[in-house]
Ligand binder design. Structure first.
Ligand code: KG4
Ligand code: ZN
Length: 340
């Protein structure tokens, strides 16, 4: 009988300190997330120095809780998976140092994981039938990457943003209409009361790279619209602005994904990252995939935003492929997808 593989996973790349225990890559035995959102709200965004300090305070209790929720100890673990990039260097270092310390003290193999590969792997948890090849559309606060998942651990980037990430655009527009941080979920909620066709915000197309994204023009267009209303003393309808902005982002993401599926003849599409929990995006992607007869996958909201369960899934496939990192593993803030 095949031995079960248990992985303790650690994630600290941005403002969530997280640890999880994952069995055989797809079964989550515990998933502990300590969010710093309340702390960073005061400043309207993540303050890297504060994030690092908070990770140091939380990392050990979060790891202990993940083990005890799973009813297991370090001795039961076959590997330690940890995010080592991309992300905030000081934040990443806390998770990497904790993982290395445990690996050294208990002699457990260490497997470094790419944060975006983790986001994509979140889809494996609730969709046991999902296997590569498929398209992963990663839309988070820091990234907008359209990725061809050729096989486990084998990725090719087909398109990426030239400027702002999708989540970043959500956060900036939310701030401009006075919704506060993090803006994505607030725009999602307010947009339900607005008309997505009220204001014709632009959809960017990049001539020489049709699968690339650009959201900065859209963001400027929203800011200009707000300014011109203010100058004319016309009160803006915030719900219409939210809905119209969101529709422009959703159109770009859905159109590019469907285009890539056709270009590369891929029949499966999976959303990932914080923005993947956006209700309008899920609905629009679902409808377009049905129309084009593509299979559509997406994780539950708790597995869309940063968490360690997704890192445990990605670490499992790396572990099977033989990836092992030494105690010289370092945080790599600009780690490239597919880099080992
Ligand atoms: O994946 P994530 O937790 O962190 C990064 O790796 O960046 O994503 C956080 C981002 C934030 O920009 C947040 O505003 C956005 O995801 N987000 C949403 C929604 N929930 C979170 N954006 C749009 N609609 C949502 N429902
Ligand atoms: Zn993330």
């Amino acid at each position: 009988m095949k031995k079960d593989i248990y992985i303790l996973a650690i994630e600290s790349s941005c403002d969530e300190t997280a640890a999880a225990v994952v069995k055989n890559g797809r079964e989550v035995l515990s998933n502990v997330i300590s969010s710093q959102i309340e702390l960073h709200k005061l400043y309207g965004g993540v303050v890297p120095e504060i994030a690092s300090r908070k990770h140091i305070e939380k990392i050990n209790p979060v790891i202990r809780e993940a083990l005890s929720d799973a009813g297991m100890t370090l001795e039961d673990m076959d590997a330690i998976g940890v995010t080592y990039g991309p992300g905030l260097v000081g934040a990443l270092l806390v998770g990497v140092a904790a993982a290395k310390a445990i690996s050294y003290a208990k002699n457990i193999p260490l497997v470094g994981v790419h944060h975006i590969e983790g986001h994509i792997s979140a889809n494996y948890i609730e969709n046991k039938e999902l296997e590569p090849p498929f398209l992963g559309m990663v839309v988070s606060g820091g990234h907008t990457h359209l990725v061809l998942v050729k096989d486990y651990g084998k990725y090719e980037i087909l398109g990426r943003t030239r400027d702002d990430a999708a989540g970043e655009a959500f956060d900036k527009v939310a701030r401009a209409i006075g919704l506060g941080y993090p803006g994505g979920p607030k725009i999602d909620k307010l947009a339900k009361e607005g008309n997505p066709k009220a204001i014709a915000f632009p959809r960017a197309h990049i001539a020489d790279a049709p699968l690339d994204f650009s959201f900065s023009g859209l963001k400027s267009s929203v800011l200009n619209y707000i300014n011109s209303c203010e100058m004319k003393h016309v009160e803006i309808n915030r719900a219409d602005v939210a809905a119209s902005f969101q529709a422009a982002v959703v159109d770009a993401i859905v159109d590019h994904t469907i285009e890539a599926a056709k270009m590369y003849q891929i029949r499966k599409v999976a959303l990932a990252g914080g923005v993947a929990s956006n209700s309008a995006l899920r609905q629009a992607m679902k409808e377009r995939c049905e129309k084009e007869k593509l299979e559509f996958f997406y994780p539950s909201p708790v597995l869309c935003t940063d968490n360690a369960a997704m890192i445990g899934c990605a670490a499992y496939y790396e572990y099977l492929a033989g990836t092992r990192h030494g105690l010289d593993l370092n945080a790599v803030p600009n780690l490239k997808i597919g880099q080992r």
